[in-house]
Ligand binder design. Sequence first.
Ligand code: ADP
Ligand code: TPW
Ligand code: MG
Length: 579
Amino acid sequence: MVSVPAEKLSESEVTEDQREQTDGFHLIIDALKLNGVETIYGVPGIPITDFGRMAQAEGLRVIAFRHEQHAGNAAAIAGYLTKSPGICLTVSAPGFLNGLTALANATTNCFPMILISGSSEREIVDLQQGDYEEMDQLAIAKPLCKAAFRVLHAEDIGIGVARAIRAAVSGRPGGVYLDLPAKLFGQVMDAEKGNQSLIKVIDPAPAQIPALESVERALELLKSAERPLIILGKGAAYAQADDAIRSLVEKTGIPFLPMSMAKGILPDTHPQCAGAARSLVLKESDVVMLIGARLNWLLSQGKGKPWGGKKQFIQVDIEPTEMDSNVEIAAPLVGDIGSCVSAMLEGLKSNSPAAPTDWINAVKTKKDTNIAKMAPRLMNDNFPMDFHGALGALRTVIKERPDAILVNEGANTLDLARGIIDMYNPRKRLDVGTWGVMGIGMGFAIAAAVETGKPVLAIEGDSAFGFSGMEIETICRYNLPVCVVIFNNSGIYRGTDVNEQSSDPAWTRFVTDSRYDKMMEAFGGVGVHATTPEELKQAVDTAMDSGKPTLVNAAINPAAGSESGRIGNLNPQSKLKKK
Ligand code: ADP
Ligand code: TPW
Ligand code: MG
């Protein structure tokens, strides 16, 4: 900037080079701030190192990671938790590609995020002349996200940022890529003109009101049901229409089944929760209302054995093309969940259907039986510890701290924790999502702590943890209230596989009895080795109460797990006899 502020001079005295100036760096920061961005997740390097410094200087919080994938995952889950796009910032080519996995995963999960990557010079990239970290990033990002934009001129930064924000959060949320070539950052323009070029996005995710006719159709079908079921998905959690959803469920008396990240919209201990009678309600229900849940692999595409025969579906979703993607949707209800559920509640005012008593009793009986069957397993004191014993302890930790956030990944560690640990509040369970991807753990935990300030408990398979494990340094560096518990069974699914061919270990095995707790100590965090449910509970309680970065190495019986956890059926197996 020039030394003489323009307003100090009379109009005639101001020459072009004396006007107050701004540049690409500052315009991007100003555009983000104008739109309410408070935090950036990223990794520094050419051409964004100074950008991060300036962002910090301008009051943005910049959380620097050890690998872009985790910064990207952090941005994605920040978007899910706040309904505003999380921002991930990376360098060109390799940094961009590292962040791209998270961008694609965010898009798959309908999380709003913006990946901003510096890129090389267009002239050189387009002629493939070998620039530093040369790559046509825009072209590569396009098929993997919801929208992708490039800004070439400083005066377009305002528009570029506005378009990225609107694309990320409106309609079905998703990932957006914003390509910023190195030259853009240094481009200088008149500060006042620059300021005027910025856009504050008004109503970035406008309400989408459903048609009255489709609300009536859905209610008619619901009223005709003998064995109705409501399935809540993570879209319902994202929508933050918690009160309306609760009213709808309670008013109708219909049993509800939460998908993994929808647990807690209503407490898992709610009398209408059918989580413990999942097989029964999927099989026996006749009318199923999906609220923010897709009929993808997680629901067996809405057909086949788990569903026990043909159903009639009501689907509440903001994305019209989601309807009929797998089976016929008898009553599509297109709109945002808040508006759709409110419209249904309005329609129910005059005539509320009561779920049939026979059905409610059948669900309750099954649920009570299953819960009673599970109870003793959760209190077991086996040594070495098994998954159930360890999870029984952690279940109590969450029960005593319903406001804490639970991050969860692994195979057995994921599937069993999902079933065993009750959630009590919305958006408190963050996990592998639609792809069942390993590696979200530390990125999600960091953003959950940063965005909410609440204590975070990350329950990680030892393999799952390895994908993002280096970020425990980030947790320590920012002194975040994160307690990582590693279910250490010395391997993927189990620690007992043997390779009979050579002295190499079986490829699902890790070093036996590793002490992950020592890693945490290397960075000044608290490390604990726990071998019993009691030790585990005590260590986690202390961590959650102190807010100190902690890693608990929970020694789990290597023989306790099963192949692929609960989805072994998806694992192709050779029909040929083993040699
Ligand atoms: P789950 O994995 O929990 O079953 P999915 O990710 O399959 O959930 O489904 C989430 C669905 O929610 C997506 O189809 C998405 O379009 C929808 N969705 C997301 N946000 C909203 C919203 N605000 N209003 C309506 N639908 C939404
Ligand atoms: C990006 C495949 C699914 S689950 C898993 C892998 C490698 C790890 C299971 O072992 P873990 O859990 O975490 O120790 P446990 O309790 O059963 O022993 N790469 C990616 N995503 C996935 N899903 C895989 C590989 C996988
Ligand atoms: Mg394991």
